[in-house]
Ligand binder design. Structure first.
Ligand SMILES: [Zn+2]
Length: 107
């Protein structure tokens, strides 16, 4: 568990208020060999972020997306396969590569 948390240190900032995110607020949703999906809530402003980590030959890609869903809702979506984490990651990788700042797109 420790390694995992270290891995996300570099992105552990709230997208909304830039508060440092507490690892205790991280909910790991799905972990595969090369892809990790987690939900992080900010203790300061209560916003939630979905974070996707993808390991590739180019290194670790991390994408944070603000979300209205709380951790249980997100888990229900992932577990219920309404949309798979893989699909989300593919989408956001595409957006990140093509458009740059995803947060701008979501506003
Ligand atoms: Zn915040």
């Amino acid at each position: 568990m420790k390694n995992k948390l270290n891995k996300i240190d570099f992105l552990a900032k709230c997208a909304v208020c830039e508060n440092s995110l507490d690892p205790a607020n991280i909910t790991l949703l799905e972990e595969k060999e090369q892809k990790t999906t987690m939900h992080i809530s900010c203790s300061k402003c209560n916003s939630s972020v979905l974070v996707f980590l993808s390991n590739s030959q180019a290194g670790t890609l991390s994408i944070g997306v603000a979300t209205d869903l709380d951790r249980s809702e997100v888990r229900a979506k992932v577990d219920g396969a309404t949309i798979s984490a893989d699909e989300i990651i593919d989408l956001y990788q595409f957006v990140a590569e093509e458009k740059g700042d995803l947060r701008q797109l979501l506003k």
